[in-house]
Design a protein around this ligand. Structure first.
Ligand code: PMP
Length: 442
């Protein structure tokens, strides 16, 4: 009997014993193509020699130094590297151990920023429905996924939720993409005015919605309008790039494609690429200065922030991306993957939409392509696809809809940036096999 508390209490999961390039290998020697990099984590594959060497060297030299007493070379070097490539006025980096820690810290930093500036009445956070920002209480409150929230709702802080930018389902007949984007962005202004502009502290969103919608980017102009509204009302813009950041969309930071820079940016998954647990929150010089010249101390902290081994892994990952031009490769292979998906599933009666950016792609599964009706959640299609894919030797990331009737099941793909064109063929073959079997199971 296993004493590990599994993520999914009922499933009998294989035991991973090794990783090799784009593959994971289980205890029976079966190989799985990692078509989702776990959950958009393993951007360099599973056996990157340079990152492994950097982790080994760091743990042998300095395993840990508490940031309350000392900084460390890898943390300083990684912060420099991130800031030298970061958009806008992002100027400081706060290292944490994962995505939820980054978004949770961002919410607290936004609140403290307004306090330091003498605006204690700014306490409202606005986010979007059908979003996910993490599983700690603050991050969960920010997320709009009804299913994930429901049993914890009484414990969650009040957050307002506006519509996401989800063109496939929500754009109306005859409306242009641009007009649709402006319409849903303007929901932010309406909500700020409803709450009272002087009471709103921040707006949080994912540039490309990952787990909840399945690689859905915003339409052109949406985030520019969001940025404008935030500036007009003194509301901080927090972008959650935990899943879509770090090269995944073909840009080091996903928001580059939208032509905006946030006040606070959260990253995680691809930063450690699975070699170490690490996340980060980047903030603007203005936020840092407000705190530095005010109380002088961000009222936050965890024991393992800025961990030397984790930051050494992050430094090696970003260095590899730069030295091997892997972000450009991700953009290029993303186009190849999109074309292969359209070729294979473009006419599939139950694949309603194929979308995404870079190597971050989503397929939306529908009962009816014409009216985009989702499958009945009771059918458990996403879970069936996951199991059928594992049988076929493929790891992909199918998710059920948020169960609020708007969006149904989808499959998220986020393979390592190092995959080859032949492996794209392997991915689509196995996915086709898994989807066929999951659908025919009734
Ligand atoms: N934000 C987004 C957009 C995510 O996709 C996730 C994880 N799926 C998180 C936050 C939380 O990250 P973690 O699981 O590392 O806490």
């Amino acid at each position: 009997m296993s004493h590990v508390f599994p993520r999914h209490s009922t499933s009998d999961l294989p035991t991973a014993v090794a990783g090799e390039g784009c593959y994971l290998i289980d205890a029976n020697g079966k190989r799985y193509f990692d078509g989702s990099g776990g959950a958009a984590v393993s951007c360099l594959g599973h056996s990157d020699a340079a990152v492994i060497e950097a982790v080994k060297a760091q743990v042998e030299t300095l395993a840990f130094a508490h940031t309350g007493f000392m900084t460390s070379q890898p943390a300083e070097a990684l912060a420099d590297l991130l800031i030298s490539n970061a958009p806008g006025t992002l100027d400081r980096v706060y290292f944490v151990s994962g995505g939820s820690e980054a978004t949770e810290a961002a919410i607290k930093l936004a609140r403290q920023y307004h306090l330091e500036r003498g605006e204690p009445q700014r306490r409202h956070l606005i986010a979007r429905r059908q979003s996910y920002h993490g599983n700690t209480l603050g991050a969960l409150a920010a997320g709009g996924n009804a299913w994930r929230r429901q049993q914890f709702d009484p414990l969650l802080i009040g957050v307002s939720h506006i519509a996401p930018c989800y063109e496939y389902v929500d754009r109306t007949e005859g409306e242009s993409s641009f007009d649709y984007g402006q319409r849903v962005a303007n929901e932010l202004e309406a909500e700020i005015l409803r709450l009272g502009p002087e009471t709103v502290m921040a707006f949080m969103a994912e540039p490309v919605v990952g787990a909840t919608l399945g690689a859905v980017p915003a339409v052109d102009g949406y985030f520019k309008r969001i940025r404008e509204i935030c500036d007009q009302y003194g509301v901080l813009l927090i972008l959650d790039e935990v899943m879509c950041g770090m090269g995944r969309t073909g840009h080091l930071f996903a928001c580059e494609a939208d032509g905006v820079a946030p006040d606070i940016l959260c990253i995680a998954k691809g930063l450690g690429a699975g070699y170490q647990p690490i996340g980060a929150m980047l903030c603007s010089a203005a936020i840092y200065d407000a705190i530095a010249s005010g109380s002088g101390f961000f009222q936050h902290g965890h024991t393992y922030i800025g961990h030397p081994v984790a930051t050494a892994a992050g430094l090696a990952v970003v260095t590899q991306m730069q030295e091997r031009d892997l972000v450009a490769r991700c953009a290029r292979m993303g186009e190849v993957l999109q074309a292969a998906l359209v070729d294979r599933f473009g006419q599939h009666p139950h694949v309603g939409d194929i979308r995404g950016r870079g190597l971050f792609r989503g397929l939306e599964l529908v009962a009816d392509r014409d009216d985009k009706t989702p499958f009945d959640p009771a059918r458990g299609l996403a879970a069936r696809v996951k199991n059928a894919a594992l049988e076929a030797g493929l790891i992909c990331y199918p998710m059920a809809g948020t169960r609020d009737g708007r969006n149904g099941d989808h499959i998220l793909l986020a393979p390592p940036f190092i995959l080859s064109e032949a492996q794209i063929g392997e991915l689509t073959d196995k996915l086709s096999d898994a989807l066929g079997r999951a659908l025919s199971a009734g």
